[in-house]
Design a binder for this molecule. Structure first.
Ligand code: XMP
Length: 317
């Protein structure tokens, strides 16, 4: 019978044998999968695991600093890379969802390749690929969380010539969470909602600008904090705010406003392949809406997405 403890024990032993004294690079995303993979590898090979955490400027509000701090606390050998401007400049003028994904994938590969080059004699690329990623990478939307799938044109970047180690590639998400718990990872990491690799770029419909990212980060933080306060965060499979490039009329005092709208999405799901919209309580939705409209400059309307998948995907792009 499969148990997380037994998995941890045999995987660490296998990794030790396979990797010996070799150096390994791994891109941490802040998500459950790459975090659990990193901890397993860290237990097996210690400082020979070189983790890289890239700030693409498309993470949730304050996430980069909080997650980096958490990883350091766990003792990981980690380097944070601020690449916000590189990502944003490549997104300028791009509004097609797939082209946005490609631009982000391309910049990520460049940044990661630069960093991987700084690790002398690195032999392996570790990835937090889980079993459903292998299936999902053939889905209609294409690129999933793995580095490999972001790659599409041109010559191979050097890090892709490395041998690949994927300690979680036989596991489902719930098993990864159980392994993480068995490794002593905190709820802050284990309990996180899935978050797409291209981040807030695919939650801003159309062109991404620094200003829209800042607005969305504020609205999203209000949304997520309220879900946590209401004890709903752990009951929802995934939630996030979406910036709509639609302006509508509002009133504030004696003034007319003409500002953007935010859509709120919350779904229940098992694996993200199908999903039902969550029936969040009206009082919670009301509080979130008021808070966003009162506090986030540039937003005068909030709507709730009541579409299930299929046909409506979880992300709007
Ligand atoms: P959809 O929108 O296809 O999303 O219903 C299903 C799950 O996949 C995530 N997702 C992505 N994750 N890169 C990722 O790493 C992507 O390009 C991407 N697109 C969607 C989405 O957040 C949901 O969990």
């Amino acid at each position: 019978e499969w148990t997380p403890d037994a998995f941890v024990e045999t995987t660490i032993a296998d990794l030790k044998e396979k990797l010996g004294n070799d150096k390994v690079v791994l891109a941490l995303s802040g998500g459950v999968d790459s975090s659990v993979a990193a901890i397993l590898l860290h237990k097996a090979i210690g400082k020979n695991l070189h983790c890289i955490f890239v700030d693409n400027g498309l993470l949730r509000k304050d996430e980069y600093a909080a997650v980096l701090e958490q990883y350091k606390h766990l003792g990981l050998n980690i380097k944070g890379v601020d690449a916000k401007d590189r990502f944003l400049s490549q997104l300028a003028g791009v509004s097609d969802p797939e082209l946005k994904r490609k631009a982000i994938g391309r910049v990520f590969i460049e940044v990661f390749d630069d960093e991987a080059h700084q690790v002398q004699d690195v032999k392996w690329l570790a990835q937090g690929t889980i079993y459903p990623d292998i299936i999902e990478s053939v889905s209609v939307k294409g690129p999933s969380a793995t580095i490999k799938s972001h790659h599409n044109v041109g010559g191979l970047p050097d890090f892709m010539k490395l041998k690949v180690v994927e300690p979680l590639n036989t596991l489902f998400k719930d098993e990864v969470r159980r392994v993480g718990t068995s490794l002593g990872l905190e709820h802050f990491i284990i309990g996180r909602h899935p978050f797409p690799g291209p981040g807030l770029a695919i939650r801003i419909l159309g062109e991404v600008t620094a200003e829209k990212v800042a607005i969305l980060q504020e609205a999203d933080a209000i949304y997520i904090n309220n879900l946590k306060e209401a004890g709903l965060y752990d009951k929802v499979w995934q939630a996030g705010a979406i910036f709509l490039p639609v302006q509508s009329v509002g009133v504030m005092g004696d003034e007319r406003t003409y500002e953007n709208a935010i859509a709120l999405r919350a779904v229940e799901s098992v694996d993200g392949m199908t999903a039902d919209w969550c029936h969040l309580p009206y009082n919670v939705l009301a509080k979130i809406s008021n808070e966003i409209i009162n506090k986030v400059k540039g937003i005068n309307r909030v709507v709730y997405d009541i579409s299930s998948k299929p046909p409506a995907t979880i992300e709007w792009e």
